[in-house]
Design a protein around this ligand. Structure first.
Ligand SMILES: [Zn+2]
Length: 348
C-alpha cells in the first residue's frame, strides 16, 4: 500500500496531495523596474515518494532543456505520480532574455554556486536557487547543451565517486556517461554540499531546438522517474542499452585556421589516425587534414565551417571497450529514430 503524502511546503505555500501549482520566484528587476522571476511548477503526488528537481537554462542560451521540461510537465505518464516533481524550465531568466549563456554581469551562474545573499547578481541568484529550490529536492537533473555552434551527442556528466549520482546517470540511459569532476562554484557542487545527487544532461547546441536531444532528454527523465518508483514502469518492449562510461575525453583542435569541412557526424566511431575533416583556404584544392589523435566516439563537434588555429573542433570520448560503445550508440540512434517517428509533432 502506498503511503499518502502530506501537503508539500514550497515558497511559502502548500501544495495539496494530488495537485499541481505554478510559482514565480522573484529574482530582481529589469532596468525598467519590471519584475523578473523564475517560473516553477510543482506536481505533488497523492502518494509519498522522492522529490525530484528538473531544471534547465542555468546557461541562459541552452534551450533544449526548456522544451524537455515543458514536455515532461504535459506527459501523460505523469499521472498517478508518487512523490513530487519540481520543474524549473529556465533558471537563468536574465541570460535567456539576452540570448546569453551568462548573466548580465558577465558571470557564469554555473560557477557561482552556492552563492550568497549579499554578493553579486550571479551569487544572489545562485543562493536563491540553492536555498529555495535545490534544498527541497532529494535528486536533481540539470539540463544543458553544447555551446553556440557546437553540438553534443546526448550524454550525462556526473562525478562517479558520488554513488547515488552514478546510479541516476545509469538510470537516465543515454549512451555515454562522462566522469566529470565537480567544478568550483558549479550547481553539481552545491548538490554535493547538500547531499543532493545531481546529474547533468548535455545534448545538442545552444540557441537551437534539436528533436533527437529533446526526445532523448524526455525519455531519460521518464526512465529516472520509473526507476525511482515515481511513475509506473512501462512494459519493456525490448532490452534497454546500458550506457557506457568513457575512460577520458579529448578535444581535437584546429591545426591551422580556415574553412572547416567535417567528415564525421556526432556518434561516429573513429580510430587513431582517421580523417575527421579538412581545414582549407578559399582557393585550396583540398586543405589541411584533421586526423583523430585517438580511438573513440565523437561526442561533440563544431557546426561552424570557420575555425581559427587552436579552436576546439571535435570532442572524442575514449572507452575501454570502444566496440561496445559504438554498438550502444548505434542502438540508441535507431531507438530514437523509431521513437521520434512515432511521436506526434517532432521538431525538424
Ligand atoms: Zn551549460
Amino acid at each position: 500500500m502506498a503511503v499518502k503524502s502530506k501537503p508539500f511546503e514550497f515558497l511559502g505555500a502548500q501544495v495539496a496531495p494530488g495537485h499541481r501549482q505554478q510559482f514565480e520566484l522573484p529574482v530582481g528587476q529589469l532596468y525598467t523596474q519590471t519584475d523578473v522571476s523564475i517560473p516553477v511548477e510543482v506536481v505533488h503526488g497523492r502518494s509519498k515518494g522522492p522529490r525530484l528537481l528538473i531544471c534547465a537554462a542555468i546557461h541562459g542560451d541552452e534551450l533544449n532543456g526548456v522544451e524537455i521540461v515543458r514536455r515532461v510537465l504535459h506527459a501523460p505518464w505523469l499521472k498517478n505520480l508518487k512523490g513530487t516533481l519540481v520543474a524549473v524550465p529556465i533558471v537563468n531568466v536574465l541570460g535567456t532574455i539576452h540570448r546569453s549563456r551568462y548573466l548580465p554581469d558577465r558571470r557564469d551562474l554555473n560557477r557561482s554556486f552556492p552563492g550568497s545573499e549579499k554578493g553579486s547578481l550571479a551569487a544572489r541568484m545562485a543562493h536563491l536557487f540553492t536555498t529555495r529550490i535545490l534544498q527541497q529536492a532529494d535528486y536533481a537533473i540539470d539540463l544543458h547543451t553544447g555551446a553556440i555552434d557546437r553540438s553534443n551527442l546526448p550524454q550525462i556528466r556526473v562525478h562517479l565517486d558520488n554513488q547515488k549520482a552514478a546510479e541516476l546517470a545509469h538510470m537516465f540511459g543515454v549512451p555515454v556517461i562522462i566522469d566529470a569532476e565537480i567544478r568550483d562554484g558549479s550547481f553539481r557542487g552545491a548538490g554535493d554540499d547538500l547531499g543532493v545527487p545531481i546529474i547533468t544532461y548535455e545534448a545538442g547546441e545552444a540557441l537551437r531546438f534539436d528533436e533527437n536531444s529533446i526526445a532523448a532528454g524526455v525519455r531519460g527523465v521518464r526512465r529516472v522517474m520509473e526507476e525511482l518508483g515515481m511513475i509506473k514502469m512501462r512494459v519493456k518492449g525490448r532490452a534497454q542499452a546500458t550506457p557506457v562510461v568513457a575512460r577520458s575525453s579529448q578535444w581535437v583542435r584546429a591545426p591551422v585556421g580556415g574553412f572547416l569541412r567535417v567528415l564525421k557526424p556526432l556518434g561516429s566511431r573513429v580510430n587513431k589516425g582517421d580523417l575527421l575533416g579538412y581545414l582549407n583556404g578559399p582557393l585550396d584544392s583540398q586543405g589541411e587534414p584533421i586526423l583523430s589523435p585517438c580511438s573513440g566516439i565523437v561526442i561533440g563537434r563544431s557546426n561552424l565551417p570557420l575555425a581559427h588555429e587552436g579552436e576546439a573542433i571535435f570532442h572524442i570520448a575514449r572507452f575501454n571497450q570502444v566496440d561496445l560503445a559504438e554498438q550502444v550508440v548505434e542502438t540508441f540512434h535507431s531507438d530514437m529514430e523509431d521513437h521520434i517517428s512515432r511521436s506526434e509533432a517532432p521538431i525538424t
